[in-house]
Ligand binder design. Structure first.
Ligand SMILES: [Zn+2]
Length: 296
């Protein structure tokens, strides 16, 4: 389909997974614009010594603080320190990694571990390019699941037994603990992976549960830090997986100026909005809504 800007990609032997992802990425408008204009401008930020010193002293102080800890430290005096640590970790990350990919796709995840023995909270920050969401098991066969259900399961407190728990930094032991994930920093483009494949000892199985997802105004604010407010995203591409674990095929649905198109290797056909949701949806590409971006 030369001239329309919609170009299919030939399958050269099990390359449909590659084709579908390339289609989704090439519909990330600001990434495409960037590649087309070759605007490789780099702005290197430098670590501020004073900021680092302030952070360091703050942390040292809290470790040797003579005052007894507050009753609920995670929600009171520790909150500003956590925010500051998150910001510092992010600055350190940007010092090492600086590209258009980072600008668009990377976000920050906060993981909080709470020790049941000594009540110590330890917080770690990780950079992510995509979030892998678990699909909740439904007791009723055929019962549908929403993307919100997956996000709730992803962010809900998880009980870790002694074996699976990391070492508590205060007790120095593995203890029964709880873990919680929060999206500390939202990327411009968020890639949500619906984790359909479950590995057991002898085999991999695929969940074919239909997961419904909003095309516009997906609000991820509730999965951010307390009082984040709405953080809205709009869908622009979907990577689909059909078939079984061993005999599967990938396609992509992508949005352009003329609407949604289905990219099935070299074939490109229009697709109705009402057909986008299926039990084959596998990776969802959302971009931050312009109004959300302006507020940040
Ligand atoms: Zn502990």
């Amino acid at each position: 389909s030369l001239g329309t800007g919609k170009v299919g990609l030939r399958n050269v032997g099990n390359t449909c997974f590659l084709n579908s992802v390339v289609q989704c990425l090439s519909h990330t408008l600001s990434l495409r614009d960037y590649c087309l204009t070759k605007a490789f401008l780099q702005e290197m930020g430098s670590q501020d010594a004073q900021e680092f010193l302030r952070f360091l002293l703050d942390r040292l102080h809290s470790e040797i603080n003579r005052c007894p800890p507050h009753r609920n430290p995670a929600h009171t005096n520790l909150a500003p320190i956590i925010e500051e640590e998150a910001a510092m970790m992010w600055r350190k990350y940007l010092e090492r990694e600086n590209s258009k990919i980072v600008d668009l796709f990377s976000g920050q995840l906060r993981s909080t571990l709470h020790c049941s023995i000594c009540s110590h909270y330890s917080t770690t920050f990780d950079v992510f390019y995509d979030l892998s969401l678990p699909i909740p098991k439904r007791s009723v066969a055929g019962a549908s699941v929403s993307l919100k259900d997956c996000l709730e399961l992803f962010s809900q407190e998880e009980q870790l037994d002694q074996e699976n728990s990391p070492v508590c930094t205060r007790c120095g032991k593995r203890t029964v603990s709880t873990k919680r994930l929060i999206i500390q920093r939202f990327p411009k483009v968020i890639v949500l992976h619906l984790n359909r494949f479950t590995m057991s000892r002898y085999s991999i199985s695929k969940s074919t549960v239909s997961v419904s997802f909003p095309l516009t105004q997906l609000d991820l604010g509730p999965y951010g830090p307390v009082d984040t407010g709405p953080v809205l995203y709009n869908l622009y591409a979907v990577c689909n997986h059909s078939g079984t674990v061993n005999m599967g095929h990938y396609t992509a649905y992508c949005l352009d100026e003329s609407g949604w198109q289905c990219y099935n290797d070299s074939r490109v056909t229009p697709i109705a909005e009402s057909q986008l949701q299926s039990s084959q949806a596998y990776v969802l590409f959302y971009q931050l809504d312009v109004s959300s971006q302006a507020r940040k």
